[in-house]
Design a protein around this ligand. Structure first.
Ligand code: SF4
Length: 218
């Protein structure tokens, strides 16, 4: 059983560092950092790409319309914000919603590594291409979304980012299906693997691991 007090303490330390962080230029122009939020003992961690304009104003991840959509998607999987942990690849807003630069991802990678270690989730949901590149390098989201894979001692599921699905009607049903079917299946499988000792609670996913051992379960 994870120590919730220690996990919460570690997350608070990370959040305090993020609030002061100037490792990359994204803090310039942002209203505030958005470190992450949620259950420090979550079985499921969702990793998006970057805070939205709404998040930037509130200091809270996945707020605004895409956050409301995410709430609906989580409900389809029998989850809610109180039961999961939400974070992003970078913790300051990206100007004009442009693509993340490799240097920005690298600068912020350590915070994600430490959040994963603190929460120690069974399942990581990679939302969008940027997050997918971190957990399943070289995979294409159009091919692997909704598939349950094991990498770095955790179950990984890639999904299209809800924010993208809000603007692309053709993705909307795909995202709904992935949350409704793949996420509960991934969590069930992760619990089974963990009970068999096949998921490493101390294992982490190194940010520079170009060739992780991947196993597709279904
Ligand atoms: S995006 Fe990450 S690395 Fe860059 S300033 Fe913000 S917290 Fe630091």
């Amino acid at each position: 059983m994870k120590d919730v007090t220690e996990a919460r303490r570690q997350l608070e330390v990370i959040a305090a560092e993020v609030q002061q962080c100037q490792r990359c230029d994204l803090h310039v122009g942002a209203h505030q950092a958005v470190p992450g939020a949620g259950n420090p003992q979550a079985e499921v961690m969702l990793v998006g790409e970057a805070p939205s304009a709404y998040d930037d104003r509130r200091g809270y991840p996945f707020s605004g319309p895409s956050g409301q959509f995410l709430d609906e998607l989580l409900a389809l999987a029998g989850l809610d914000r109180e039961s999961v942990y939400l974070t992003n690849m970078v913790r300051h807003r990206v100007p004009d919603s442009r693509e993340l630069l490799p240097g920005e991802i690298a600068a912020c990678a350590d915070y994600l590594t430490r959040q994963i270690a603190a929460v120690d989730p069974l399942v990581i949901v990679a939302l969008g291409r940027g997050a997918l590149a971190r957990f399943l390098p070289n995979a294409k989201i159009s091919r692997v979304h909704g598939q349950v894979k094991v990498s770095g001692g955790r179950v990984i599921v890639a999904m299209y980012n809800p924010a993208a699905a809000l603007h692309r009607e053709e993705l909307r049903q795909t995202v709904v299906d992935d949350f409704a079917r793949a996420l509960p299946a991934a969590l069930m499988e992760a619990r089974r693997l963990a009970a068999e000792g096949k998921l490493g609670s101390s294992a982490d996913i190194p940010p520079d691991d170009d060739h992780p051992q991947q196993m597709t379960l279904f």
